[in-house]
Design a protein around this ligand. Structure first.
Ligand code: PLP
Length: 404
């Protein structure tokens, strides 16, 4: 075993917005012998994982696809299976991850219209409607949005984007990155008419990194029959053919699939609506702490606040990474760094995945103590504000999360 620097006593606090803390049940499921992925027992595991993922996506028709890859692989699969060289696509600069997906689309030979953004909002449904209404010739083949922009803590209201596309009567495919929202923030593949969803294992699904997913609508599957971008490893057709009996065209990540089956069971035992309400409540407690500290929340639009993470701006002249280092050194807690445009200016508190009230209180206490240690100007009382809110709302039947 490689010796980790954080060989401290007790458990490390992994409060980055992915990878997230892996629960014991999932770790124990993964810790089983690897079996023959072409043998008689494997099919049942594959079928359970594939059917289970459809329940998490809220997809009844179409297909769930599982790749042994990080989320980036499933981004690529979404594009290469549905589009052809030179196709025009519409994307929005909501933050770092939208920018990376856009770069990938360009490298693959797509013509991307990238609508600029300020990294403090989700995608504006009205902007989608305006762009598509103006596109009388239906040049755009796809609209791509990131549901939860992990670099900013802003969400996009996917249901409203769908309505905007419908009002514009535009036939473009809708593709959504839910890598850091699936299993944390309500997502409805069928109801929102999403054609391709992209997800990953290491965030709300509470697994280690290494699996990624597509949910594929009938319309996307139809598009895949004529799409001309080059593909091999990512090809859906061979995958879907092998999946029919729960098998895969190449070696799957067998042990991660054990973990995935366990994680899906855990999400359903808690109830998806309760999982979403738990994330909403922890996010609200975190924002109350931030306001008490006098730190600014990066996301400017309350109805776009992320329930998976909160990104906070440092006071001018203070380096977020120095603060994060102080917290790691003193309290063995990892907080998320600011990415690209907001590097050094922002830190991110991940409150997604396998998480509970006291883990959140430990997290916020680490932040508040770290602010003192790193001499960051702030007011006291953030932990108290969060604690008061958690105590007030503890034990109440969680309300269903509002449709995003
Ligand atoms: C983490 C993340 C990615 C990248 O996924 P990898 O597993 O690192 O390839 C993409 N999009 C979003 C929204 C993410 O949170």
């Amino acid at each position: 075993m490689i010796k980790l620097s954080n060989a401290a006593s007790g458990r490390h606090f992994l409060q980055i917005p992915g990878p997230t803390n892996v629960p014991e049940r999932v770790l124990r499921a993964i810790d089983n012998p690897t079996i023959d992925h072409r043998g008689p027992e494997f099919g049942a595991i594959g079928r359970k994982a594939l059917a289970g993922m459809k329940t998490i996506f809220k997809a009844t028709e179409g297909h769930a696809i599982i790749f042994p890859a990080s989320g980036t692989g499933a981004w690529e699969a979404a594009l290469v299976n549905t589009l052809s060289p030179g196709d025009k696509v519409l994307m929005f600069e909501t933050g770092h991850f939208a920018t990376l997906w856009r770069k990938m689309a360009g490298k693959l030979g797509l013509e991307v219209e990238f609508v600029e953004g300020d990294w403090r909002h989700g995608v504006d449904p009205a902007a989608v409607e305006a762009k598509l209404t103006a596109d009388k010739g239906h040049a755009y083949k796809a609209v791509m949005v990131v549901h939860n922009e992990t670099s900013t803590g802003c969400t996009t209201r996917v249901g409203e984007v769908r309505k905007a596309m419908d009002r514009a009567k535009h036939p473009a495919l809708l593709m959504v990155d839910t890598i850091s929202s699936l299993g944390s923030i309500d997502y409805r593949h069928d109801e929102w008419g999403v054609d391709v969803c992209v997800a990953g294992s290491q965030k709300g699904l509470m697994l280690p990194p290494g699996l990624s997913f597509n949910a594929v609508s009938k319309k996307a599957l139809e598009a895949s029959k004529t799409a001309k971008l080059t593909k091999s490893f990512w090809a859906w057709d061979e995958m879907i053919a092998a999946n029919a009996n729960g098998y895969f065209p190449y070696t799957p990540a067998t042990n991660l699939l054990y973990g995935l089956c366990e994680a899906i069971d855990m999400l359903h035992e808690e109830g998806l609506d309760n999982v979403f309400a738990r994330h909403d409540r922890h996010a609200e407690a975190t924002r109350r702490a931030a306001r008490a500290w006098g730190l600014e929340i990066l996301c400017l639009e309350p109805k776009e606040y992320s329930s998976a993470l909160t990104a906070l701006l440092m006071p001018a002249g203070h380096d977020a990474d120095k603060f994060r280092k102080a917290v790691l050194d003193a309290f063995d807690m990892s907080l998320g760094q600011g990415l690209s445009k907001v590097a050094g200016k922002v830190f991110r508190i991940g409150h997604l995945g396998s998480f509970n009230d006291l883990m959140l209180m430990g997290t916020l206490a680490g932040v508040e103590m770290g602010l003192t240690l790193a001499n960051v100007p702030h007011k006291k009382g953030g932990v108290d504000a969060a604690m008061a809110y958690l105590a007030e709302t503890a034990g109440k039947k969680p309300v269903a999360a509002a449709a995003q």
